[in-house]
Design a protein around this ligand. Sequence first.
Ligand SMILES: Cc1ncc(COP(=O)(O)O)c(C=O)c1O
Length: 391
Amino acid sequence: MIDIEAVRADTPACEKVLHFNSAGASLMPKPVYDAVCHHLRIENSVGGYEAERRAKDDLEAFYSEFAGLLNASPDEIAYVENATRAWDMAFYGLPLSEGDRILTHGSEYASNYLALLQQARRRKLHIDLIPSDASGQIDVNAMPALITDRTKLIAITHVPTQGGLINPAAEVGKIARKYGVTYLLDACQSVGQLDIDVEKIGCDILSGTGRKFLRGPRGTGFLYVRRGMIEKVDPPFVDLHSATWLDEKSYQLAPGAKRYENWESYVAGRVGLMVAVRYARNLGLPAIEQRTRQLADSLRHELGNVRGVTVHDLGKEKCGIVTFTKEGVSPGNMAERLVSQGMNISVSAATSAQLDLGRRGLDAVARASVHYFNTDTEIERFVEAIRVIVE
Ligand SMILES: Cc1ncc(COP(=O)(O)O)c(C=O)c1O
């Protein structure tokens, strides 16, 4: 059980705003904020390099905390500045050649899909779309028929940006293993709200961000690459941190996933993200998942009872993200009105989800994303605000 009063006391902004925007950027708990500020103060008083040296233990703990969070090993974890670049560091490093095929799904994150399109064009690759089942999630049963001996990658998103759907990542993992296809999972919206285990999921590569459900600082992210896969994913960029320059003709890549990192990085953010992971692990990911899903189920149910409101979340399994529209009010205006009442949400537009919202004929949806620190009282207040909102 999570002590809600305690976590809300750790999140002073809860007193001022109703924050249903953890899928945008969550509120940092006090220990995370304090860790970032503390590091910046030390940088300011002794110098950036010197402060980094003093933070050595915390920076090392980054790898062990993430390993514990994901059931991985510390050497399989890299710090990257955001989830998009983390995903890119793996995708652009995969040994794909002309004629190879990539399997993905309509819920794929927009930036990933753009990268797939760019590389398909440049390297003459083919993109195959896995259909959705009746619930809207990836139709795992349709996958075997789409896999050929040229299928080299399955790239999917666990929880899409534009809805509450949880794709069946572990079922996809079973297929990936059975057919020997590399499996790249974008877990940007699931890590921190769901209990993620890379062994159970069976993915080779997983990317994520710090600021969303992990409640870390902005400008932080991470990459997991399975040990057996590290030798196969050649970093698309190398520098003095990811490689050692040996002589005129040679260099050696850093051991483990450090080869996907940059020399320069946001040290205060790395420390802050480590503290965020530690904070989440102390609460327990199963408890976080249970409470977040329960709050979202209740929000979905209550919104569904409001006249004129349609809830749009797909899938058999749903998470803390709730998407909806209300007749006669554009999602953009709705979000602005709510902000002026101290209620934070986001808007997901078809331009960032062409294969999903675009195909469902939705220009945009309002996205309310709850986290464990939210309460039933906030849900009541929010639903009442939606009930009375007009254009
Ligand atoms: C599913 C998904 N993947 C990746 C990203 C990109 O994350 P970042 O902004 O940290 O690059 C997002 C951001 O919204 C996302 O929703």
